[in-house]
Design a protein around this ligand. Structure first.
Ligand code: ADP
Ligand code: MG
Length: 233
């Protein structure tokens, strides 16, 4: 589906939160590399998709009523066998029904376990004064606790993107630290510019989060994507 088709479908269903699968499809269409992610509506389908993708896989709740999937017990990582996938499916359903008894559940998303990288985040939010603003930071506790992020107003210039990546305090983690390999920083700049272009062209989007992106010495890939649309009143 195209960006406009995905947005129209959500609007028709009166939702502002896109599912992870829809959000990844949007980002892929925009030129961002994302982990190939499929929807399974039954346990058997989850197992069949896992077999096709190849183990290990990740299962996540697919529901436009669940914003933070892992907080609700809705993410199971590193599943190595069909049995583990089946059990993860049951466990996710049980956890979500407990945490969100009224959630409309579409199924589970199935994706390959990505190889570990340095976790970074690209986010966009709308500012009342400045319009869309992009955020860059390192994933996990560095953003959540230390608020180690950089911000720029859309549209970004190449210079903005260069500065955003380099002005965070955690920069040494991207440049290679105590024997760890440096990541492809230019690729992260390109990702920022791509997201900037995309949000400029897509004013229907209120919030966007690629959290996390795994950055490698050669490229980077988003393993989660969240998109919230403006509400139309
Ligand atoms: P949440 O809705 O809680 O943000 P995520 O999809 O981000 O859920 O998953 C939680 C965490 O699981 C991520 O921060 C990441 O560390 C890990 N993770 C998610 N998807 C994958 C994947 N495909 N491969 C490897 N790790 C993943
Ligand atoms: Mg996430």
């Amino acid at each position: 589906m195209t960006t406009q088709q995905i947005i129209a479908k959500a609007r028709k269903e009166d939702r502002t939160l896109l599912t992870e699968i829809e959000a990844k499809e949007l980002m892929k269409g925009a030129g961002i590399s994302v982990v190939d992610t499929r929807l399974a509506t039954t346990r058997e389908e989850a197992i069949a998709i896992s077999r096709k993708l190849g183990f290990p896989v990740v299962l996540k709740i697919a529901s436009s009523d669940v914003v933070h999937k892992s907080d609700a017990g809705g993410v199971k990582l590193g599943l190595k066998t069909e049995n583990e996938v089946g059990k993860a499916c049951d466990d996710i359903m049980k956890a979500i029904k407990k945490a969100f008894p009224n959630a409309k559940i579409e199924g589970v998303s199935v994706q390959k376990m990505a190889r570990p990288g340095v976790e970074v985040i690209i986010g966009m939010s709308q500012d009342a004064q400045f319009g869309p603003v992009l955020m860059f930071g390192l994933g996990g506790i560095l953003v959540e606790i230390l608020k180690d992020v950089s911000l720029r107003i859309v549209p970004l210039t190449r210079q903005d993107a260069k500065e955003m990546v380099r002005e965070i305090k955690g920069l040494p983690l991207l440049q290679g630290y105590r024997g760890s390999e440096p990541v492809d920083i230019e690729n992260l700049e390109n990702m920022l510019l791509t997201v900037s272009d995309f949000v400029e062209k897509t004013p229907e989007i209120k919030e966007l989060d690629l959290n996390p992106i795994f950055a490698y010495k050669d490229g980077a890939i988003a393993v989660d994507a969240r998109v919230i649309l403006n509400s139309v009143s």
